[in-house]
Design a protein around this ligand. Structure first.
Ligand SMILES: Cc1cc2nc3c(=O)[nH]c(=O)nc-3n(C[C@H](O)[C@H](O)[C@H](O)COP(=O)(O)O)c2cc1C
Length: 184
C-alpha cells in the first residue's frame, strides 16, 4: 500500500520531522510504498477569499490534494502551538478544503506529534482532528504523542525508548490495516 507522510514543520531540526522519519522507516520495513512530503513543497498564501476568486486554488494546495488522493493513508506529525494546530497547517487545510472535489473526504489519516513538553503535543492533535474530521477525513482513533522530544531520539534518529518504539510500530501496523479495510 502507498502512504503519504509529512511533518507540519518548517524548521530544519524539527522533532516532528524526526518523528515522521521514524514512522517512514517503520512503514518501509513493513513493505509499504512511501511518499515522503516536505511541508515546504506546499507553499500557499494566507487564505483570502478575494484571492481565491481572482486566482483560484493555489498550486501548493492542489499538489497536496493530489498527493493525498494517490495514497491509501496519510500520516501527519504536527507540533502543538498554544494547545492547538500550527497556523501553517491550518491554513493549508483551509485552502485544500476549498477544492470542489473535497480531497479530505474518506482519506485515512494517522496523527503524530512531538514536543519537548511532558504532554508531547497531544492537545494540538485533538484540535487538528476536529478540522480534518470536519472535512470528511477518517482519522484513526489512536494518536501517538512523543513527550520530551528533545531527549527522545538516539544519535541514529530512532526512538531511544524501545517500549515507545514498539508501540509506534504496532499502531502503524494497525493503521495500515484500518486503511486497507476502508480502501477496499
Ligand atoms: C508559537 C509556539 C507555541 C507553542 N506552544 C506549545 C504548546 O502549546 N505545547 C507544547 O507542547 N509546545 C509548544 N511549543 C513548543 C513546540 O512544541 C516546540 O517548539 C517544538 O519543538 C515545535 O515542533 P518542531 O520541533 O517540530 O519544530 C510552542 C512553540 C511555539 C513556537
Amino acid at each position: 500500500m502507498k502512504f503519504m507522510l509529512m511533518a507540519a514543520a518548517l524548521r530544519q531540526g524539527s522533532f516532528n520531522k524526526k518523528l515522521i522519519a521514524v514512522a517512514a522507516k517503520i512503514l518501509q520495513s513493513q513493505g509499504h510504498v512511501l511518499d515522503l512530503a516536505d511541508f515546504a513543497e506546499f507553499d500557499v498564501p494566507l487564505y483570502n477569499g478575494d484571492l481565491e476568486q481572482q486566482q483560484g486554488i493555489p498550486s501548493g494546495a492542489q499538489d497536496f490534494a493530489k498527493r493525498m488522493q494517490d495514497a491509501q493513508g496519510i500520516v501527519i506529525a504536527s507540533p502543538e502551538y498554544n494547545f492547538s494546530v500550527p497556523g501553517i497547517l491550518k491554513n493549508l487545510i483551509d485552502w485544500v478544503s476549498r477544492i470542489d472535489a473535497k480531497p479530505f473526504n474518506k482519506r485515512n489519516m494517522y496523527l503524530l506529534s512531538a514536543s519537548p513538553s511532558l504532554v508531547g503535543g497531544n492537545r494540538g492533535l485533538w484540535q487538528l482532528r476536529i478540522s480534518l474530521e470536519c472535512c470528511g477525513a477518517r482519522v484513526y482513533p489512536s494518536m501517538f504523542s512523543l513527550a520530551s522530544a528533545h531527549q527522545a531520539f538516539s544519535q541514529e534518529g530512532s526512538l531511544s525508548d524501545t517500549n515507545l518504539s514498539h508501540r509506534l510500530e504496532q499502531e502503524l501496523q494497525d493503521f495500515t490495516e484500518f486503511s486497507r479495510r476502508l480502501s477496499a
